[in-house]
Design a protein around this ligand. Structure first.
Ligand SMILES: Cc1cc2nc3c(=O)[nH]c(=O)nc-3n(C[C@H](O)[C@H](O)[C@H](O)COP(=O)(O)OP(=O)(O)OC[C@H]3O[C@@H](n4cnc5c(N)ncnc54)[C@H](O)[C@@H]3O)c2cc1C
Ligand code: SF4
Length: 461
């Protein structure tokens, strides 16, 4: 029976080797492995995996095509719901979504849906010229998209397929949002994967203007009133880092994870062909437990620093993807759980020389459902280090709000929008991290797709 076959393991770079380079950690399946893994799927009549996918990809549908090696058909099925399969196959938290609901996971190992999606996405990149191009009838209506992250790209591709004339305005010189400036090369290759999936979006007719900051170069009002756009989608993300507000955060050697990762990824500081400065010292302490913290600590490790995660709850509460925590441990990252910084210590020249922490214990669950950390009085201790990287979450930048008439935001600076992305300003829609605060790639894509539907309804009224 299909489900007696054990889950096909995926090949990865050796931990000791990869901890010193920026090449991709996971090699993915080859065709033979992918077909074998696909054959494990039971093709359930009521597939629980689909219900747990935020963009409802027809998972058994594409997997069924893979069994016989019909990868073009598998790709067509996925692309009906997702424009970034190679990205999502690599970075989605499958263990809490599709794979977390797979019926095979009840008694054994779920189907490796993420690795199969990645295989199909990569196959489509390598065979882009052979894939059918959708016939698109243009309707003459124009939509502006602010931001080229997953929310903007998903909204743009759905609208372009439906015949709209779409232009993305991106503040940075590169397209992809967090996919290019945040998530490191060793998890998500930029040229080989992100740029290729962006090219596929452009092939649908989407135009992209980089180095345009909406709110500075021109405003959302300008787009609607002067530039002739019929609607605007704001997918500007949540790029504003938070800090703890503790003593010593302004010392030399303290970074936000955003700055540290942007230097490393977008500005190629890891690559000896570039002059971008980056400082990791001998020992880097990264504060936080999410994907951003794992990316920062593994980047610091690859740049040669002894690297430590400091997190105030226990391992069970770590919000990062299980795979990232596992990879970080394999690469020799030290995890100091139930630990919270109280002060960053300075040498006599204003540089970091250590971080003072307290031990924590877990109390009653808080409103997030997780047990809240409580300080163990008198437990203060010091970790010697010369770099501290804060990975404590981010909020949306206030620029769009402050330059757009009638656009309401919440107390935390998130744009107020309904389930379909309609904001308080007529003709302006929003989705992704700009609305929810820092979340995930697939949720941002789902929000972009819902807003694309609402924009079509609005423009056909
Ligand atoms: C380091 C890191 C690791 C992560 N790892 C994962 C992971 O493993 N799995 C996962 O699912 N999620 C992960 N996430 C979260 C995920 O990347 C985000 O939730 C997702 O990218 C949000 O998409 P978005 O389109 O809303 O915003 P973004 O990806 O942030 O894109 C917004 C874009 O808008 C542009 N922009 C902002 N303001 C303006 C303006 N005024 N004018 C023009 N352009 C503007 C920005 O430059 C940016 O390119 C990670 C995030 C980070 C930072
Ligand atoms: S729940 Fe698992 S076995 Fe069933 S269709 Fe989805 S992937 Fe296949």
């Amino acid at each position: 029976m299909a489900n007696r076959i054990p889950r096909v393991p995926v090949r990865e770079q050796d931990p000791a080797v990869r901890a010193t380079n920026f090449e991709e950690v996971c090699y993915g399946y080859n065709s033979e492995e992918a077909q074998l893994e696909a054959s494990r799927c039971l093709n359930c009549r009521n597939p629980r995996c689909v219900g747990s996918c935020p963009v409802h990809i027809d998972i058994p549908g594409f997997i069924r095509q893979m069994v016989d090696g019909n990868y073009a058909e598998a790709s067509t099925i996925i692309s009906a719901d997702s424009s970034l399969p190679s990205v999502c196959g690599r970075v989605c938290p499958q263990e809490t979504q599709c794979e977390g609901s797979c019926v095979l996971g009840i008694k054994g190992e779920p189907v490796a849906i993420g690795k199969l999606e990645r295989f199909v996405g990569d196959w489509a990149i390598d065979h882009a010229d052979e894939l059918p191009r959708p016939e698109i009838k243009r309707n003459g209506k124009r939509v502006a998209i602010v931001g080229s992250g997953p929310a903007g790209l998903a909204c743009a591709s759905d609208l372009a397929r439906a015949g709209y004339d779409v232009t993305i305005f991106e503040a940075l010189h590169a397209v992809g949002g967090v996919l290019v400036y945040g998530i490191p090369e060793f998890r998500l290759p930029k040229e080989r994967i992100v740029a290729k999936e962006v090219e596929a979006v452009k092939r649908l007719g989407v135009k992209v203007e980089t180095d345009v900051i909406i709110g500075r170069t021109m405003t959302v009002d300008d787009l609607l009133d002067k530039e002739g756009f019929d609607a605007v989608f704001v997918g500007s993300g949540a790029g504003l880092p938070r800090f703890m507000g503790i003593e010593g955060e302004n010392l030399n050697g303290v970074f936000s994870a955003n700055e540290f990762l942007t230097r490393a990824n977008l500005m190629h500081a890891y690559d000896s062909h570039y002059d971008t400065p980056i400082y990791t010292g001998h020992k880097a302490v990264v504060v936080g437990g999410g994907n951003v913290a794992m990316d920062a600590v593994r980047t610091a490790r690859r740049l040669g620093a002894e690297s430590v995660i400091v997190y105030r709850r226990s391992e069970a509460e770590l919000p990062a993807r299980v795979e990232e925590v596992h990879h970080a441990k394999e690469e020799g990252i030290e995890f100091k759980m139930l630990t919270n910084p109280v002060k960053i210590l300075s040498d006599d020249k204003g540089w970091v020389k250590g971080i003072e922490c307290v031990e924590m214990e877990l109390g009653e669950p808080d409103e997030s459902g997780r047990r809240s950390p409580i300080v163990k009085e008198g437990s203060n201790f010091t970790i010697d280090c010369d770099v501290v990287i804060m990975a404590l979450g981010t909020s949306p930048n206030p620029l769009i709000k402050s330059t757009t008439k009638g656009l309401d935001t919440t107390r935390r600076g998130c744009i107020v929008a309904d389930e379909e992305g309609r904001t308080t300003r007529k003709g302006v829609f929003a989705g992704g991290d700009a609305v929810t605060g820092a979340a995930t790639v697939i949720l941002a894509m789902g929000a972009g797709r819902k807003a694309a539907k609402a924009i079509q309804e609005y423009l056909s009224e």
